[in-house]
Design a protein around this ligand. Structure first.
Ligand SMILES: [Fe+2]
Ligand SMILES: [Fe+2]
Length: 193
């Protein structure tokens, strides 16, 4: 057993800033929509979505070591910028915050929501997409949202997002993470999540 969605939502509200909480509600709404569209559990997608950023403000220089001690592989980009590990912290704390067992795919989804990962699973894909396109995000407009959502599969939507992100990275001189490039190549070569 674990606490209800409503209890988890109340808990998360006390853990993060209001703006981040509103973002999380947006992620829940988009996650539910995507789960319904692809025949997955919208309740599971919502539970994952409300929790994904619960540790957004908890990363510091000790986080990489803490994650390793808890059996999580830390990628080089996360080593350099520990904030990227907030999803890993959520994965570690999920059972204790939910006060009971959570399926492994819940933890995998929150773990990989920032950089993406070829093993993130369908719920990880839903979270990744919802995190990027939820209505509160100002870095894209409704045309961009529609273009992403017009993808036939979750995998197609991820490619659209990563292409948009890639353009932004080039403009800003940012190098994408190796684990993100692996996800991109995996999907492009026909891999399924
Ligand atoms: Fe996040
Ligand atoms: Fe987020």
């Amino acid at each position: 057993m674990r606490i209800s969605y409503t209890d988890l939502e109340n808990k998360v509200r006390s853990m993060i800033k209001e703006k981040r909480f509103q973002h999380s509600l947006g992620v829940v709404a988009v996650s539910r929509m995507l789960a319904q569209r692809f025949g997955l559990s919208s309740d599971d997608a919502a539970y994952i979505g409300i929790y994904h950023d619960a540790y957004r403000y908890c990363c510091d220089d000790s986080t990489p070591e803490f994650c390793r001690k808890n059996g999580i592989e830390v990628f080089p980009e996360e080593e350099k910028d520990p904030m990227l590990l907030h999803g890993a912290l959520s994965a570690i704390h999920f059972p204790s915050d939910a006060e009971g067992d959570v399926p492994e795919f819940f933890r995998v989804a929150v773990r990989h929501h920032t950089l993406g990962h070829k093993d993130m699973g369908k719920y990880g894909a839903i979270l990744y997409i919802a995190d990027y396109i939820e209505p509160g995000r100002k870095h894209l407009d409704d045309d961009d949202r529609q273009r992403i959502l017009s993808g036939e599969r979750l995998e197609d939507m991820i490619i659209s997002i990563m292409d948009m992100q890639g353009e932004y990275f080039i403009r800003e001189g940012i190098k994408s993470a190796e684990v993100s490039d692996e996800l991109y190549d995996y999907i492009k070569s026909g891999g399924l999540l």
